[in-house]
Design a protein around this ligand. Structure first.
Ligand code: ZN
Length: 204
């Protein structure tokens, strides 16, 4: 297993619609194992394959002790929404904004062996499924912001000079970030908005 480098916003792979997985073998098993190890290393709540530079429809998740992976996922969302919570993204370090997400999500797909998988989640787990699945379509959570939050996010991203900080951020991330997507910082009482140095960057 190996800990992989996480791609940062500006990398074209994050804006590419990922391809379905068609081959189930040792290479896929290694990808899932490496993604799981990387997610755990950064104490992340989830990780999508494009975030480590692999344009395949795979994501891992880890919310409140519910951990796993899914391949070629298809989402069915509830009609209603959950209360907005601050989300971050490992590929957009240092930022966090409240995002509107569906209340409940059923994700169906297959596991690394090609066997069918179907999991239903609410709250943070549903949020994680929606966030990670967006990555497979080249969508980032900042795309879902509106109004002043959107302006603030785009401004922060523009000003962040991510190109020069990427290596440093990646190297330091495991030590500097705190709780996970489902942890206290995610949706906690902290003020939303650009918060460099905060732990919001931990969501997948
Ligand atoms: Zn993300």
């Amino acid at each position: 297993m190996a800990i992989l480098n996480i791609r940062i916003i500006g990398d074209p792979v994050l804006r590419t619609v990922a391809d379905p997985v068609t081959e189930f073998g040792p290479e896929l098993a290694k990808l899932v194992a490496d993604m799981t190890e990387t997610m755990e290393d950064v104490d992340g709540a989830g990780l999508a394959a494009p975030q480590i530079g692999v344009s395949k429809r795979v994501f891992t998740y880890r919310i409140d002790g519910v951990e796993g992976h899914i391949i070629n996922p298809v989402l069915e969302n509830s009609d209603d929404y959950q209360p907005d919570h601050v989300e971050g993204c490992l590929s957009i370090p240092g930022l966090g904004f409240p995002v509107r997400r569906f209340r409940a999500t059923r994700v169906s797909g297959v596991d690394m062996h090609g066997d069918p998988v179907s999991i239903e989640g609410e709250g943070m787990l549903a949020r994680c499924f929606q966030h990670e699945n967006d990555h497979l379509d080249g969508v980032l959570y900042t795309d879902r912001l509106e109004g002043e939050d959107r302006k603030a996010a785009l401004r922060s991203i523009r000003n962040a000079n991510y190109d020069s900080v990427t290596e440093r951020t990646t190297a330091k991330r495991a030590k500097t970030v705190g709780s996970s997507f489902g942890g206290a910082s995610f949706g906690g009482p902290g003020a939303p908005g650009p918060t460099p140095g905060s732990s919001f960057g931990n969501a997948g």
